[in-house]
Design a binder for this molecule. Sequence first.
Ligand code: PLP
Length: 383
Amino acid sequence: MLLASPAKREFAMPKSSYNRIVIDLAAIRDNFRALQDLAGPAVEILAMVKSDAYGHGLIRCAKALASVGASYFGVAELDEAAALREAGIDGHIVIFLGCPDVQALIHYKLSPVVFDLESIREISAAAATVDTRIGLHLKIDVGMGRLGIMPADLPLFAGEISRLPGVFLAGVLGHFPMADQDELLTRQQNDKFNRLVNTLIDVAGGNGPVFVHIANSAALLQYPETHHQMVRPGISLYGCYPADDIAGISLRPVMSFKTQVMQIKDVPAGYGISYGHLFTTERPSRLAVLPVGYADGYLRALSGRASVLVRGRRVPVCGRICMNSCVIDVTDIPGVQVADEVVLLGKQNHAGISAAEVADWLHTINYEVLCLFGNNNDREYVD
Ligand SMILES: *Cc1c(COP(=O)(O)O)cnc(C)c1O
């Protein structure tokens, strides 16, 4: 039997959820300008756009940053770098976790961070074959205890890179483990990095421009001597601070997370709310049910801790947060209606909930909140 052909669509397929991440592109541009002003004109900004731009959307953010002069971008993996190129970003792209695919490096003109001789030789051989040169960023572990070569191996690596065809030293980098919390250690590590870099420049024979970079947002905001020729802000581009006690310049949060009221209901005192009846009303209460839950990144661990904004006021989330819903108490807010906007992160009128505050409720850091919310929901861009 022949199947009937599907009926012609007479409606547009619904594509947005009640929940949405709102990304303010004007804010990200302003933050870039503010950070460039702070660093000064002699310092390049390598904009860290890894992990889908910390949940803000890789391509849209990179384009917004490029529009205000960003020409260096940092990603974690090759797929992100390729996506930037395919989207028309023609600046320098540094891949921080190295690159397993040499042909892709050559094809897309990408710069990997390197930390082992095998990769360096492999890249050299492939690039020399097609008569091109790949810029390498050599990572030194000056006390991060993560990726990077040990300082003692530096002469060997630098010598190898300057000797081999098809590759050149485009950058030398380190990374701070505690720029947000330990000034003395950070200065000591920066001094050590400086000394290493100076020996390395000699070894490399002053061969071409070598960008020296170590500063993340915390170092950029606090320690000018760590800026060198390039800085690598991530969290500050998105308008957040790397720690509560670091301010410096004024940044504008880029991300908001919004939902809306689904149902309003009045319940008596002593009424148990949601799974496990974690919360029981103490008075006759007006509740609003929200269509957002842990599947949207509004984690169950926020149960009993989080607040949201409705009609410009702060109200508590009551009881367990479920997979796709949760409940708020709006007894004290007159006039709340179905479809009213509810802000989970961001501003509403004069009230605001920051990523740092949500992070406190979750016992984590604002970075994780941005990735969690941003990468689990549809994004809408405003300008
Ligand atoms: C993510 C990252 C940064 C940016 O750090 P922020 O604290 O977000 O500014 C800088 N350098 C490296 C190596 C990173 O992985």
